[in-house]
Design a protein around this ligand. Structure first.
Ligand SMILES: Nc1nc2c(c(=O)[nH]1)N=C([C@H](O)[C@H](O)COP(=O)(O)OP(=O)(O)OP(=O)(O)O)CN2
Ligand SMILES: [Zn+2]
Length: 139
């Protein structure tokens, strides 16, 4: 059996959002989300790392071609979210807060949809700020 490895590609996108739950009152939203509930939103330069895990093909020396992973991430992440308002432009966030946790799940689902060998998807990591980082492994 061929050795298995992890491969990761990193991208950055810019978007704005507001933390707000339609299941809470305005007062509760303010209490829970504080400054991040500001009506007119705020922005981030999100960093996303997508990791695949799989066999290193003995002929090509690759798990998959990074060029293909780049294409998948463009379609799954950049096209729907770069320079967008996450809450207004991305349907997924119309009924759930655009937290980094929910963002990782959305990206995971998006990657699963566009990848040819989606079973290789291992982890999605999102940096909302330098200090706030969430990882999701489809569990
Ligand atoms: N569990 C979560 N908590 C919070 C999230 C989140 O996605 N998941 N997000 C936010 C905000 O969107 C927010 O923009 C965070 O900004 P900020 O507090 O300014 O970020 P830092 O912690 O990196 O800034 P410091 O300078 O370190 O205060 C809030 N909570
Ligand atoms: Zn934020």
């Amino acid at each position: 059996m061929a050795p298995k490895g992890y491969m990761t590609r990193r991208i950055q996108f810019s978007a704005c959002h507001r933390l707000h739950s339609i299941h809470l009152s305005d007062v509760e939203n303010k209490q829970i989300f504080g400054k991040c509930n500001n009506l007119n939103g705020h922005g981030h330069n999100y960093i996303v790392k997508v990791t695949l895990f799989g066999e290193i093909d003995p002929t090509t020396g690759m798990i998959i071609n990074m060029t293909d992973l780049k294409k998948y991430m463009q379609e799954a992440i950049m096209n729907p979210m770069d320079h967008k308002n996450l809450d207004l432009d991305v349907l997924y966030f119309s009924d759930k807060p655009s937290t980094t946790e929910n963002l990782t799940v959305f990206i995971w689902n998006q990657m699963k949809k566009v990848m040819d060998k989606s079973e290789l998807l291992y982890e999605v990591e999102v940096h909302e700020t330098e200090n706030n980082i969430v990882k999701y492994r489809g569990e």
